[in-house]
Design a protein around this ligand. Structure first.
Ligand SMILES: *Cc1c(COP(=O)(O)O)cnc(C)c1O
Length: 350
């Protein structure tokens, strides 16, 4: 979901953006009006995430999926092998794509202890100190698995797919070589992605690369080589400004922690009816998947929830079950309402 304030702002300004007499969809992307959005969005993100000057911000198309290709295409230069941490469906998609361009070493893989999914301890990872980079997915959106700290990779640049966790808590950008995120979970609407890339990683791609897949090209052109998705960029800007107004990432870290804790606590204290199969050490604060012990009641549960206005709860088509996504725009009241519903449902069907 998007913050209601953002939707209302967009609605108010839809026909006439800042006295231009035009919708933001109609102004030229190289004109002064749009340029002010570009500059404000970058300034807000730099402030919110404390992004140092030696990092570039890019606003690109193709979603996080395009980044699965762009990362190896641009970073496989002197070396064409990288380490990937496989924690779930999104990291598997990223590493499968990287295999088309070079060698992939799966340095660690999700484990199961007594039926609970666990991220193996870093001491057990088989990292190659000579790798071009290490790629990982801080939050696995589908399985609801999240790292509770940033991996240490020494001199090897760390690349993170933060699509479903960006701006949900403070991070130290200096720990990363590249951070990328599709906007549609925590940054706004679909159609645009944010890439934060350290300057020393920017060079001409070593392999023949479609022109739009070169980081250097986009940096040289300030993400305006071709027509960008201007409306999506605008919504991203409004969303980032909203995060700032609410108090920034520290505030959201507390709110998000509390939202997730209340839901996990409820699930765990009703394990005869609901269950989550992720180890408490790596449970996601953003996506809480759970199953009903009586699996055949799942469809009934989803339909009854929908009637209460509790929507988008169906688990990803690859995972099944139920999934509650608790992105920044979801208020605590949304979680409380879900819990009340789950209580009632368990009472009537238990
Ligand atoms: C949603 C998601 C993606 C896919 O993003 P697209 O914008 O659809 O390409 C990739 N990685 C993660 C972690 C996601 O949550």
């Amino acid at each position: 979901m998007l913050p209601e304030e953002v939707l209302r702002e967009a609605q108010t300004e839809l026909l006439d953006w800042h006295q231009t007499g035009m919708s933001i969809m109609e102004v030229g992307h190289r004109g002064r009006a749009f340029q002010s959005i570009v500059e404000q969005t970058e300034a807000d993100l730099r402030e919110l995430m404390d992004i140092p000057d030696n990092y570039h911000l890019l606003f690109l198309t193709g979603g996080a999926t395009a980044q699965f290709s762009m990362v190896p295409m641009n970073l496989f230069a002197k070396k064409n092998h990288a380490d990937y941490i496989d924690t779930g469906i999104w990291s598997k998609k990223a590493l499968t794509e990287a295999m088309r361009f070079g060698q992939v070493n799966i340095a660690a893989q999700i484990e199961y202890q007594e039926g609970l999914a666990c991220i193996p301890k870093e001491e057990k990872w088989s990292l190659n100190p000579d790798a071009a980079y290490v790629h990982y997915t801080p939050n696995e959106t589908i399985e609801g698995i999240e790292f509770n700290s940033t991996p240490k990779t020494g001199q090897v640049p760390l690349v993170a797919d933060m699509s479903s966790s960006i701006l949900s808590q403070p991070i130290n950008v200096r720990d990363f070589g590249i951070i990328y995120a599709g906007a549609q979970k925590n940054l706004g609407q679909a159609g645009i992605s944010l890439v934060i890339i350290r300057d020393d990683l920017v060079h001409e791609p070593a392999i023949p690369t479609p022109i739009l897949y070169s980081y250097k090209l986009h940096i040289d052109n300030k993400s305006l080589y071709n027509t960008p998705p201007t409306f999506a960029w605008y919504i991203l800007g409004l969303t980032v400004a909203w995060v700032k107004r609410q108090g920034g990432v520290k505030t959201f870290a507390e709110i998000n922690q509390h939202k997730a804790q209340t839901l996990y606590h409820f699930i765990d204290s009703h394990h005869e009816f609901y269950n989550n199969t992720v180890h408490p050490d790596c449970r996601s604060r953003m996506n809480v998947p759970f199953n009903l012990s009586q699996v055949n009641l799942t469809e009934t549960f989803l339909q009854a929830a929908e009637k209460e206005g509790l929507t988008n709860l169906k688990g990803h088509r690859l995972a099944g079950g139920v999934r509650a996504s608790l992105y920044n725009a979801m208020p605590q009241q949304g979680v409380d309402k879900l819990i009340e519903f789950m209580k009632d449902f368990a009472r009537t069907h238990g």
